[in-house]
Design a protein around this ligand. Sequence first.
Ligand code: HEM
Length: 253
Amino acid sequence: MEDTLGRPRGPAWLPCYVVGSQVLGLAVLAITGAWMTHYRGGFAWEGSLQFNVHPLCMVIGMVFLCGDALLVYRVFRNETKRVTKIVHGTLHVFAFIIALIGVIAVFDYHKKQKIADMYSLHSWCGIITFTLYFVQWIIGLVVFLFPGVSISHRSRYKSLHVFFGVTLFVLAIGTSLLGIKEKLLFTFPSDYSQFPAEAMLGNALGLLLIAFGVVIAYIVIRDDWKRPLLPEEQALSMDFKTLTEGAESPGEQ
Ligand code: HEM
């Protein structure tokens, strides 16, 4: 099926799921922001407010922007590979910078408040997730953006890149859930079971993070929603196949 401009139509339900994912993602950001401003006093780079920069930056960078970066190859179906690569890469540049600010904020806050580092399960998962993300970011930059890397290396690395991209996204959501739980237990050491409004907001944030992750994962794993190759990419991929698999031997049909 083609649209009025003669381009192939995308899958009918894909836009509904994409819009749904964005509504959930924006709700996650709004609730994190509301939690940190309404209940925790807002943001600053000093005193106790410095901590609040951490959750907001982590959910913007490692959850929302990384989730949207996963969607780029499903949403931009008729753009060239170059354009989709630039959008994907740009989202990851912002995601990385924002997440880095979030990590620096919490370490600096701990240092100033003389709180021990790296004692919790959340901090262990967090540092592993962030470090692997950094490694994936560097390898992705080199393999996909530097012109010297051969098509065969790119294509071999691609499946690993996709696997780690989805894995890191899942890890970021899991780590955020641990962080939310930890923050709520610090804030309500004895009265969490009294259903305080702030804690219920934190619980709701956790559920929304899971829902966002599930919808993004569903969009990404649907094989029939993958971006089809454009005609010029099809020709390139045929050339590559011929190069790597060789021409058929005379006996083969
Ligand atoms: C992918 C997202 C996240 C990552 C990678 C991450 C990473 C980290 C790291 C590495 C630390 C340790 C800092 C230190 O030891 O000095 C930390 C601390 C902390 N984070 Fe997160 N974080 C994330 C999301 C969140 C969220 C959403 C919350 C929710 C409020 C949160 C709450 C906390 C708390 C309360 C601490 C201080 C206690 C501790 O060290 O465990 N984090 N985070």
